[in-house]
Design a protein around this ligand. Structure first.
Ligand code: C5P
Length: 323
């Protein structure tokens, strides 16, 4: 079975306070984009009562992230498979091999690992002929991570609570993005939340107001100007303080014609809104030149993409795989 697993951007991300248990209450707008991992699942059923067994391989091992891609129990794919088996009571004697073709950069704020976990839940549910509803899969997803549920619904969603309470936002804007990831900076989610807390404490800044309603109404009304004003991320001051080079890259994106430039999720990936796919490509070309010319920044290696908004987080593209 072949499943596509999409990346996401956070069009807005605001932190509204603390939840019991130490998590942060957030409001965010998730948007899937067409940077896609491909997961190929091979299932072999043995006649035993053994727990589900998961084997993961990276099919493009030459990728920049190959060294940091966890292949065993730490991988969210393994955690998702075990959680599915636990909740459904299925999977005894099942050997699941997953070959992952990774395009989404790791620890970048694009939630590649979360998307892969959601894809695993969808694949197992399909393999067992859909014993669980999407909402039940979403309950499993929420136990594994705050933004995994989003990938089960996909497209554009408002996320509340820890990010797992979702409401779909229907809109007809075709969004085009230019995306920049500083190659050697990886930001972990727990770290950024801790840094955010000490930043807020040290700056006497009150926790933010939510940009979600403005973003949502801009999307629903197709109002590009209001959308641009609403794009924001509460982690930006923290990331720009720790990594001034990320701020310099952001300023470059704006100088070269992006309508906005913000970090996604916990960063350090930056995305800029462009008027069209062709304009995003032109900005990417100009940015490559700009980056080489700015000697102080050329030591900061970057990867760039252009991307478009899409309306799914996971998609089964083939049920049977040649074994
Ligand atoms: O849920 P997820 O695995 O993505 O979260 C990783 C860590 O990020 C949590 O253990 C917590 O420290 C922090 N976090 C948070 N508030 C959120 C989401 C994550 O404090 N809404």
């Amino acid at each position: 079975m072949i499943v596509k697993s999409a990346a996401k951007l956070n069009l807005t991300l605001d932190i509204l306070g603390l939840l019991p248990g130490g998590y942060h209450a957030i409001e965010t707008v998730f948007q899937n984009i067409d940077i896609l991992d491909t997961l190929e699942f091979f299932f072999e059923q043995e006649n035993t009562q053994d727990e589900i067994c998961v084997e993961i391989e990276l099919s493009n091992s030459a990728s920049a992230d190959a060294m940091t891609f966890p292949l065993h129990a730490d991988n969210l794919i393994t955690k998702a498979a075990k959680a599915f088996a636990c909740k459904s009571g299925l999977g005894k004697g099942l050997h699941m091999r997953v070959s992952v073709h990774k395009t989404i950069p790791i620890a970048a704020g694009l939630a590649g690992g979360s998307g892969n976990a959601a894809a695993t839940l969808v694949a197992l549910n399909e393999h067992f002929k859909k014993p669980l509803t999407i909402d039940e899969l979403s309950e499993i997803a929420a136990t594994l991570g705050s933004d995994i549920s989003f990938f089960l619904y996909g497209g554009t969603c408002a996320g509340r609570g820890r990010g797992e309470i979702l409401e779909s936002i229907d809109h007809s804007l075709a969004l085009s993005f230019f995306i920049v990831k500083p190659r050697d900076i990886a930001i972990s989610t727990p770290w950024i939340y801790r840094e955010y807390d000490s930043f807020v404490a040290s700056q006497y800044v009150t926790k933010g107001e939510s940009n979600l309603p403005a973003c949502e109404s801009a999307l629903r009304n197709g109002d590009e100007q209001q959308l641009i004003k609403s794009l924001s991320n509460a982690f930006e001051p923290v990331v720009y303080k720790a990594y001034p080079e990320v701020k310099a890259l952001r300023d470059g994106m704006l100088e070269l014609g992006c309508l906005s430039a913000n970090i996604s999720g916990s960063g350090p990936t930056l995305y800029g809104l462009a008027r069209s796919p062709a304009e995003a490509v032109d900005i990417e070309t100009a940015f490559t030149q700009w980056h080489t010319e700015h000697k102080e920044l050329s030591r900061v290696k970057v990867d760039t993409w252009t991307a478009k908004s899409i309306n799914f987080g996971t998609s089964i593209i083939s049920i049977t795989s040649p074994n």
